[in-house]
Structures are given as structure tokens and as C-alpha cells.
Ligand binder design. Structure first.
Ligand SMILES: [Zn+2]
Length: 225
């Protein structure tokens, strides 16, 4: 049997008649459809688009509900897709977000304030729970923040003390009294430092804290008796 060789010139444009508008349209202007013999949709792209937008206009509620249902049933898939999209377009997204934040500083602050006021209790509960469940991460982040913002924190604290002098002194006295009475690790560590132990020595010999605590207790007993 002889093979039949069909030669199609490179610039030949293959046309197909659209069964909606009846026009002869280039085949690359048809969507793919596995169910059809020629692998192409019956309608041309333009007719499909018009039909879809009409359908949306006439069935808005139904389309929205369908889309909502799809989102509900494909949460993981959508999450993955979004993640992938953000990964691929990270540069563009970051740049856009930065610009947006810069151009809308006041609006963003106002919006945040409003949101906070309206959801204060919920936010506090959520934050407390998060901190409780992510102690390590939060501590690490705070340490890093303090390290990178020393001047800012210093200025802020100074201003706070100036604005709340009485409250600050009162709270400081109370807290000192508490740590002194309870002999917390932190308080005992300060006393150890005062006695000439360096942080390295204290951290390498945690039993020093227990010894110092006992010493302080004994000294206090001795003083009161
Ligand atoms: Zn058409």
C-alpha cells in the first residue's frame, strides 16, 4: 500500500465554518474540544465569548453560586494554584504592593484602625491564642525585631515614660517588689551579675541560679530573725 503524502504549504490557512455565526474562521480561532471529531469546538471563539457573557448576564446568581460551590469543594487545589501564582509573579506582586502601600498610607492606617475598633475582642483572643501556640517563633521574631530596631524602641520607650511618668513609676515599683518577693530567675540572674558572674558563666552553669536563690533566702531569713 502506498502512503499518501499531503503537502500543505506553510502559509495555507485552514478554515472552519462556525455553526453559530456561519462565518469561515481560521481553525486556531476555535477552542479545543476532545468530544468532537475534528477536536475543535462547534462555535468560533468570538461566538463562544459572546454566548458566555450573555449567559453570565442572564444567570448571574447561578454562575456566582456555582463558582462559590467550586471554590468550596476545591479549597486545597485553589490554594496551591494561588501559591504557585504568587511564587512565579513574586517580583511584580511585591513591587505593586509596595507602590500601593506608599500611595495609600493614610487610607491603610485609617482602615486598620477601623477594623481594630470593630473587632477588638476577637483580635485580642486570636493574638493571645497564636502567641500561646507559637511561643518559640514569636520569641525569635521579637528578639530579631529588638535587635534591628534598638534606636526606635529606645525613643519610643523614652517618650512613653515621659507621657506616663506616674503610671510607669508605679508599675516599676510593683514589678520590682514582685520579682524581689518571688525571686524569679530573672531577678536572681541580675543579683548574680551584680556579684560579678558574666552571662556566659551563668548560662553555662544554670545551677548557679538555684544556689544564689537559696543564699538570698537564707540571708533574708537571717536578717528578719
Ligand atoms: Zn462564530
Amino acid at each position: 500500500m502506498q502512503a499518501i503524502l499531503i503537502i500543505i504549504p506553510m502559509d495555507t490557512i485552514i478554515l472552519k465554518r462556525c455553526s453559530k455565526c456561519g462565518e469561515e474562521v481560521e481553525v486556531n480561532k476555535f477552542r479545543k474540544d476532545k468530544n468532537r471529531k475534528d477536536g475543535l469546538s462547534l462555535w468560533c471563539n468570538l461566538c463562544s465569548k459572546i454566548s458566555e457573557s450573555n449567559y453570565y448576564k442572564n444567570n448571574k446568581q447561578l454562575v456566582l453560586e456555582k463558582s462559590k460551590l467550586y471554590q468550596q469543594n476545591n479549597k486545597e487545589k485553589i490554594k496551591e494554584q494561588k501559591k504557585e501564582y504568587r511564587k512565579i509573579n513574586a517580583d511584580v506582586i511585591n513591587k505593586y504592593q509596595k507602590e500601593y502601600r506608599n500611595d495609600n498610607k493614610d487610607i491603610i492606617i485609617e482602615r486598620k484602625k477601623k477594623y481594630y475598633c470593630a473587632n477588638k475582642e476577637l483580635i485580642i483572643i486570636k493574638t493571645t491564642t497564636y502567641v500561646k501556640n507559637n511561643r518559640e517563633t514569636v520569641n525569635k521574631r521579637q528578639r530579631e525585631y529588638r535587635k534591628n530596631n534598638k534606636n526606635k524602641i529606645y525613643r519610643y520607650r523614652k517618650q512613653y515614660i515621659i507621657n506616663n511618668k506616674e503610671k510607669y513609676i508605679d508599675r516599676k515599683n510593683k514589678s520590682e517588689l514582685k520579682t524581689r518577693t518571688l525571686l524569679t530567675d530573672r531577678y536572681v540572674k541580675v543579683q548574680l551579675r551584680k556579684s560579678g558572674f558574666s552571662d556566659d558563666v551563668i548560662n553555662e552553669n544554670p545551677e548557679l541560679i538555684e544556689i544564689k536563690r537559696l543564699l538570698i533566702k537564707t540571708k533574708r531569713l537571717w536578717k528578719t530573725s
